[in-house]
Each structure stands twice: as C-alpha cells, then as structure tokens.
Design a binder for this molecule. Sequence first.
Ligand SMILES: Nc1ncnc2c1ncn2[C@@H]1O[C@H](COP(=O)(O)OP(=O)(O)O)[C@@H](O)[C@H]1O
Ligand SMILES: [Mg+2]
Length: 208
Amino acid sequence: MARGKFITFEGGEGSGKSTQASHLVTHLGGQGIETVLTREPGGVPFAERLRELILAKKPATPITEFLLFAAARCEHIAELIEPVLSLGQWVVCDRYIDSTRVYQGRLAGIDADLISVVEAQTVAPNFPDLTFILDVNPRIGLARAEARGELSRYDAASDEAHATLRQGFLDIAAAEPNRCVVVDGSEDEMEIARQIAAVVDRRLLGQA
Ligand SMILES: Nc1ncnc2c1ncn2[C@@H]1O[C@H](COP(=O)(O)OP(=O)(O)O)[C@@H](O)[C@H]1O
Ligand SMILES: [Mg+2]
C-alpha cells in the first residue's frame, strides 16, 4: 500500500490555519481520500496534556519549552502520524515543525543547528510532503483570533515579535519551495480553500 501524504498548515494566530485545514480535509474526502485532521502541540492524549501545560504557563527557559514541544511531537508522530501514513491514509496537521523553527528558533533564540539535530533524530522521516504558509498582516490575524476569544500567551508579543514570526515563515517558504506554498490569508475564505485544493490536486494527486 502506498504511504499517505502529509500536509501541514503554518502561520500566525488568526491566519486561517484551522479553517483551511478543515476545508482541505473536506476536499480530500470528496476525492475519496481518507484523511486524519490533527494539530500541534497535541494530537494524541499524552501530547495534549503537554499542550495544556505549555500553553498555561511560560517555562523558566526557552530550552524547556523547546524540549517539551519536541517531546509532544515524538508522541504525536509515534502514536498517530506515522501509523496513519503507513496505513495509506493522509494526515493534515495544524502547525508542525515550522512553528518550532519560528517561535522557538527565530523568536526565543534556540540555536538553529540544535533544532535541525532534534528534527533529524525525532521528526525524520516524517517531514511534510506539502506545507501551506498562511500569510497575513498580524494585526488582521490577531483581530480575528481575538474576535473568537482564541488568543494565547504567544499572541501578547510585541508588533516587532509578530513581524519576526511572519518573516520567519516567509524565509522558510523561500528556502524550501518544493515543500512550502505561501497563501495570502487576507483573501476570502472560500477563495483560499479553492487555491489550496488546486495546489494539492496538482502537486500530490498529479491532476492538471
Ligand atoms: N479568509 C478569512 N477571512 C476572514 N476571516 C477568516 C478567514 N479565515 C478564517 N477566518 C476567521 O478568523 C478566525 C481565525 O481563523 P482560524 O482558522 O481559527 O485561524 P488560526 O487557526 O490560524 O488561528 C476564525 O473566526 C475564522 O472564522
Ligand atoms: Mg487555529
């Protein structure tokens, strides 16, 4: 059986990741592809417990936070991502390695080489086949998330920090064009969903 495809959504808070991940799962279902929708941090019970812990309170050091995220990801891969892909089903994940690279790397200052080593030892070979970077002005994203009452402790960061995060995602997309596609998250929700579905159909399903 062919291994399933792994698609991730990345971007700032309120950029539309959860909305578009859900639209994509619906689209794939229409194509007859069984897909599991999941999120990080979390996705499996052990990692969801770590999520609660991490989101509730900032640890004393950035490395603590980085290692907890890494631990949560190991559990997620072992208990969900790897087995589902092995079964030939697809996985759509709301945030993954790029959020770590940007929030813990760019913003919190964890060394990029350390992040790479940990990825090589924990994530590999479960790198995404395709990543959508939803790019939106942070003020628009935060206003959307706030309207939903969904702000987390990460969203209280300064404008400068949000600009750093946004640029971090764009830099990853520029460095890995085969994996990453930047989507303008300020457009109409259903228009974005159509664009994303078209990219998936072309890149992963070999449709014109
Ligand atoms: N393209 C869009 N235009 C306007 N509002 C949107 C769009 N996409 C999502 N939203 C709304 O913005 C809020 C945040 O979207 P969400 O998908 O939860 O973002 P994220 O998961 O990236 O934080 C939700 O209320 C959602 O309905
Ligand atoms: Mg979300």
